[in-house]
Design a protein around this ligand. Sequence first.
Ligand code: GDP
Ligand code: IMO
Ligand code: MG
Length: 423
Amino acid sequence: MATRVVIGTQWGDEGKGKYIDMLAGNSDLVVRFSGGNNAGHTIVADGVKYALHLIPSGILHKGKTCIIGNGVVVDPAVLLKEMDGLREKGISVDNLLISDRAHVIMPYHKELDELQEKFRGSNSIGTTKRGIGPAYSDKTERSGIRMCDLVDAELFSEKVKENLKVKNLMIEKVYGGKGFDADAIIQEYSEYANKLRKHVTDVNAIIFEAIEQDKNILFEGAQATFLDLDFGTYPYVTSSNPVAGGVCTGAGVGPVYIDEVYGVLKAYTSRVGAGPFPTEQDNEIGNTIRELGWEYGTTTGRPRRCGWLDTVMIRYAARVNGLTGLAINHVDTVGKLGKIKLCVGYKKDGVQINYFPASLKELAKCEPIYEEFDGWEIDSSKVRKYEDLPSNAKTYLSRIEELVGVKVKLVGVGKDREQTIVV
Ligand code: GDP
Ligand code: IMO
Ligand code: MG
């Protein structure tokens, strides 16, 4: 048996989807444990591109049980649309299960996300406006509606009415927006409930049974370490815990059952939305990386901010996630840059530090210290063996391993499922 976790080590979009799809091939269960449809995971299989937001990226493999865990927030309309989209491409979603404990994203969550962002003005977080923050706020405030409530018509109706008393006051009186009609929501969501009911179950029991039967389980991370509510660049983060520890609370698995944790990173860094980014290149270099790596959001289409790889971040990610291996993408992309810079530490108040400060004020004082590497002239996108990589690429990867203290296990040299080197 092996239980493996795949998580992001930067600000998301590291290419987790590609590796989850690959590792799903020899997994029995693929489980999402955090976030919602703020995520966008791209998979290119046999030349066909898939963008998944809520459904685990294992769905493209026949017969795998794909699970949406309790730690995920589910927008039922988005989920049903995604299920339909996959069916149209000939992919079965019969093996999709949703935790009865997962929370539901309601129309007022999306409206509040929009209104709160507007209200923050120049301090806006740059959320995906999918209602993620407000849905998780309701969960911790204990007024959330769960999947087990959605599929119980009577309970659902009561909870919507109760919630709207407060939500409409907030929307109308605080933010000057337009409130919601309970009956319209109940009607709309009862149709979703009818379509989803057969997929909703106690997935925790299924996961535990799989552990007892020594099956292979893959936990699919969404977002990333630096978007984590506790360990990220707060408040410019998402509202869940996408770190490896999130598997325990977001899927109901004790820490002793986790065998391997893969940390996915790009050979450079990207970020979408607001917030600090010490190695950002808001210049020609950043623009070149964006175009070479096609850095435009899978979920919102926004151009991603780009910069150099920061090993202070990856070292921190190795610690908080307990990484057992690195999976580095876009080695093809970075090789096309004539010179590559790698951040090996920060200089703060005249002193070199190699930790990531909690205070954004302190972080703003950090100046990256770089080492420079030569790019690689040869197109690495067709390489399938580590030893066949250009020697400059191997030098760059070895230095990353050395600085982070974790071995590189997977190397990405292109978008396609096949463009992966297993080290
Ligand atoms: P995720 O959210 O972590 O799953 O990542 P996204 O799918 O949002 O973004 C990663 C982007 O990089 C997608 O467009 C992928 O197709 C692409 N990608 C992933 N790995 C590689 C790679 O090794 N090389 C190149 N050129 N593109 C890659
Ligand atoms: P994947 O799984 C990149 C960012 C948003 C915003 C912040 C808060 O594809 O890596 P939210 O809507 O969650 O309240 O937004 O988090 N964000 C992501 N950025 N990839 C993601 O997911 C993201 N999910 C959220 O852009 O800055
Ligand atoms: Mg993404």
